[in-house]
Design a protein around this ligand. Structure first.
Ligand code: ZN
Length: 412
């Protein structure tokens, strides 16, 4: 692979703007040299990209997706500058197949997976999947999901999931309280506090980070008390001091997933359409469509207030969308841009804070020391945009180049 020199770029390194006219050398898939002022003159031949008037950023990360076996989601992500996605519940076999592809191809985003979440019989997400899935063999598939009941089953599950290549463990604490769907059992069965604590403790003993699905304050408090490291959604209840203190006690992070929150509530139709403006046909319809499954007493405004309060209390916010192929109102990559736009325009983030939430903060919290920052030695997963997204987050949409492992994505 040829070396590449990206010259004259404003550089946002994942934390701050470190140069207004800097130079980055890429060799063998890694960032090997950074000069914040003086031009670089590499000894060996290289492609030169003149990035005058552009900003270079680390490849973006979506901290909440469901990839399943849909490689096209990873191809689309790349076109939006998203070079890594976190897959928060998947069939281990599907992840294995996806992982084999991401190792061979640099035109698809990389995936870090939870593999199977820590599920219980008739709990989440089987309660909703059974209602909405069109798959004829869905019951057979669900029958293979973990049915955690006690310490022994948890130990086996964590060992198996780690062996399958999981990078973290996902907990599910969902009783259906905010969701307007005819579940077969109400409330939807949830794991006990003791079981959740056992899952967190066992994951930690195995060196795995934990994060949990929860949509209410009650569920969020329960999993925080059980010791989780982060939440995979914002709670839809009004924020309370008790909740803020519980986040602080664990130093837990929050992945708000406002992209799916607003699809479920039906809010933000206008901004969703803005991010679908370059799409056509079914793709446009999918992103502009809404799930409309939130009970009407829960609003996205309350969720924004929750995000604002947690951020202002110093809680780490990590960008994630909950995009998957069957969730209307989301689209791979485009929803990351929408999510960041919502942070800036609804949750009082500066554009810089939003960009940090989709790059270095995710890498730091998940322990990915090879990506998320523009730093010598890290992977050359990069995105180049015209203009300055640190001044205006809208500039993120004007993508001039995307690299994964130092290879530039061919423009379509
Ligand atoms: Zn999800």
């Amino acid at each position: 692979m040829f070396a590449t020199l990206i010259s004259n770029a404003r550089i946002f390194d994942g934390v701050s703007v470190v140069s207004e006219c800097g130079h980055v050398l890429i060799e063998s898939g890694r960032i090997t040299q950074i000069s914040l002022m003086e031009p670089l003159s590499p000894e060996s031949p290289c492609k030169v990209v003149d990035a005058s008037g552009c900003t270079l950023l680390p490849g973006l990360i979506d901290a909440h997706m469901h990839v399943f076996q849909d490689v096209q989601l990873l191809e689309i992500a790349m076109r939006y500058g998203v070079t890594t996605v976190l897959d928060l519940h998947n069939e281990p076999e599907w992840f294995k197949a996806i992982n084999a592809i991401t190792r061979q191809r640099n035109d698809v985003a990389d995936v870090k997976s939870a593999c199977y979440a820590a599920t219980i019989k008739n709990g989440w997400p089987s309660a909703i999947v059974k209602l909405v899935s069109q798959e004829p063999d869905i019951d057979d598939r669900i029958a293979k999901w973990p049915d955690l009941t006690d310490k022994k089953s948890v130990e086996e599950y964590v060992a198996r999931t780690k062996a399958a290549g999981a990078s973290f463990i996902k907990l599910m604490q969902e009783d259906g309280y905010t969701i307007d769907l005819p579940f077969p059992e109400v409330p939807v069965p949830t794991p006990s506090f003791e079981l959740q604590k056992c899952i967190v403790d066992t994951a930690h003993e195995n060196g795995l980070l934990t994060l949990a699905h929860a949509l209410s304050n009650h569920s969020t408090l329960l999993v925080l008390k059980a010791g989780v490291d982060g939440l995979a959604h914002v709670s839809m209840d009004p924020v309370t001091d008790e909740l803020i203190q519980a986040f602080k006690k664990n130093n837990a992070f929050l992945i708000p997933t406002l992209a799916i929150n607003t699809s479920c509530s039906g809010a933000e139709q206008e901004s969703r359409e803005k991010f679908a403006s370059d799409l056509e046909g079914e793709e446009k319809e999918h992103l502009c469509g809404c799930m409309h499954i939130t009970k009407k007493e829960f609003s996205s405004e309350t969720a924004y207030e929750q995000v604002i309060a947690l951020k202002e209390a110093g809680i780490d916010i990590l960008c994630g969308t909950d995009t998957s192929i069957d969730l209307k109102g989301t689209r791979s990559g485009a929803s990351v841009h929408h999510e960041l736009w919502l942070y800036v325009n609804r949750c009082r983030f500066t554009p810089l804070e939003a960009l940090v939430s989709a790059t270095s903060k995710i890498a730091d919290r998940f322990g990915f020391s090879d990506r998320g920052k523009i730093e010598e030695g890290r992977l050359a997963d990069l995105v180049l945009v015209s203009g300055d997204p640190v001044q205006s987050i809208d500039a993120l949409r004007d993508i001039k180049g995307v690299w994964r492992n130092g290879e530039r994505l061919a423009q379509k």
